[in-house]
Design a binder for this molecule. Structure first.
Ligand code: GUN
Ligand code: FE
Length: 465
């Protein structure tokens, strides 16, 4: 409509307004930034179309654009063991699956490149344009990960793991000093990797990544907090994730996870903490006061956490939240799954509330539009991505995915169409309505994703292997 803005706007943490741009003109410059937007009703007289008649791409009926997804929490090396061993509790699973997968990649750069290349391909297929990653402990393996993402054209925030304590003697850094030297060297090399490129082409960045409290001595955490502050680096970790983990920290460290991170200056406005399922409302307020963001990973929480994340409460308190897949603590790399699971989990909590099991006045359920917001703009905000990332507003990079609900099939005459992924009636789907987008959100899949761009560059899902 004429007054609609082309974005998924947050309305100060109340449910976002639904501003479905029912057609419009988006103009992208050579650097991949959106420089102009016109709603559909003024397009016919657009000076842009007059000036550049040959550079116009018009979407066919049944197609629409949305911003790319943002995955705020994914363990790249664990992609190797995706979907295995989830019967175990977290601390056992880490020891028996996660650490092994990571160690294998650190020992085998050829395998690492293969796994990471496949990972990049899958991310593109699933519409994920920006991803905050945990890597492994070895510097070189993380450099491979960064290289692969940069050349695939994905925004990748690469966390070289810091861990000077481990349950696996063969998978640990030699000492606290060695660990600190390694992350310093990694951040320097990452600067070297993209430093010669213009800013908008620098897609990868290093992230200070203490794995979680149980694998990091206080001395290491202190050093990492200082390094991040001195060099203005991003930080990520796992906070208050699982019952066994929380108990471990209480027993071994005599305090809560959040206290350990806080006293070591690891809760900053450049921090994203995964899970936070065991944080109560006062603790969520502390996270908000540090302007630290949270990666909500509902599937992983269902297996490992014993407790669902207080999503509605976090949003109401003004915490910045996005979604994460937590590969391989979660088995699905698809943010569409994470969106659906976030809604499901919140609805179960709302059900518990209405039966008096959760004391709260507010409705705890989120709807599909809020989930879509978390997966796009919410994640972009949590990462502090370039201005407006996750929206189609002027000044934002053009990070977009093209969704196709149906294809007209000329061979069968007018009115017939090829269904992609799920059944719809093209008479309902064209022009695009909110109902059709909702249907796609519920039952669409990667077959409906026909193109993707990051910073205006169209990505290929053909593997680079
Ligand atoms: N906590 C520490 N390491 C991990 C990990 O690899 N996965 C998950 N889900 N939680 C963790
Ligand atoms: Fe994780």
């Amino acid at each position: 409509g004429p007054d609609q803005k082309p974005s998924f706007l947050p309305a100060n943490h109340s449910p976002p307004r639904w501003d479905l741009p029912l057609g419009g003109l988006i103009v992208v410059d050579d650097s991949g930034f959106i420089i102009h937007f016109e709603p559909s009703n003024s397009i016919k007289s657009s000076r842009y179309i007059e000036a550049h008649p040959n550079s116009l791409t018009q979407l066919s009926p049944g197609n629409f654009l949305i911003p790319t997804f943002c995955d705020l929490h994914l363990h790249a090396p664990q992609f190797l063991y995706q979907g295995n061993g989830l019967h175990l509790p977290l601390m056992k699973w880490l020891d028996e699956y996660a650490f092994k997968a990571e160690e294998r990649l650190d020992a085998d750069p050829i395998l690492a490149r293969k796994v990471y290349t496949r990972l990049a391909k899958r991310l593109i297929e699933q519409g994920t344009g920006a991803v905050l990653l945990f890597g492994t402990i070895r510097e070189e393996t993380n450099l491979i990960l960064a290289e692969v993402l940069q050349s695939a054209g994905l925004r990748g925030f690469v966390g070289k793991l810091s861990m000077d304590i481990s349950t696996r003697p063969s998978y640990v850094e030699g000492s606290t000093e060695e660990s600190l030297a390694s992350i310093r060297s990694f951040t320097d090399k990452m600067k070297g990797m993209v430093g010669h490129l213009p800013t908008h082409k620098r897609l990868v960045e290093p992230v200070v990544t203490p794995r979680f409290v149980p694998t990091c001595s206080d001395k290491l955490l202190h050093g990492l907090g200082k390094l991040a502050a001195d060099e203005s680096l991003r930080i990520q970790s796992h906070l208050a994730e699982a019952h066994d983990q929380v108990e471990w920290v209480r027993t071994e460290r005599g305090m809560e996870d959040i206290d350990v991170f806080e006293k070591n200056n690891l809760l900053t406005q450049k921090t994203v903490q995964a899970h936070c399922t065991f944080l109560d409302i006062p603790a969520l307020e502390r996270v908000r006061d540090h302007r630290t963001a949270i990666a909500h990973c509902p599937l992983s929480n269902a297996y490992f956490s014993a407790e669902p994340f207080r999503l509605r409460e976090a949003l109401a308190e003004g915490v910045s939240v996005g979604l994460g897949t937590d590969i391989a603590g979660g088995y699905s790399i698809d943010i569409m799954s994470a969106m659906r699971q976030a809604v499901v989990m919140s609805r179960m909590r709302e059900g518990a509330r209405t039966m008096g099991k959760i004391p709260s006045q507010a409705n705890l359920a989120i709807d599909w539009k809020e989930a879509l917001y978390l997966a796009t703009r919410g994640g972009g905000e949590a990462l502090g991505l370039p201005q407006g990332c996750g929206t189609f507003q002027v000044g934002a990079p053009f990070d977009a995915q093209q969704i196709e609900l149906f294809k007209l099939n000329p061979a069968c005459g007018t009115g017939s169409f090829e269904v992609l992924g799920f059944d719809i009636d093209e008479r309902e789907a064209c022009p695009l309505s909110e109902n059709m987008v909702e249907k796609w959100w519920c039952i669409g899949d990667s077959r409906n994703r026909v193109a993707m761009w990051v910073q205006g560059v169209r990505l290929s899902s053909v593997p680079l292997e």
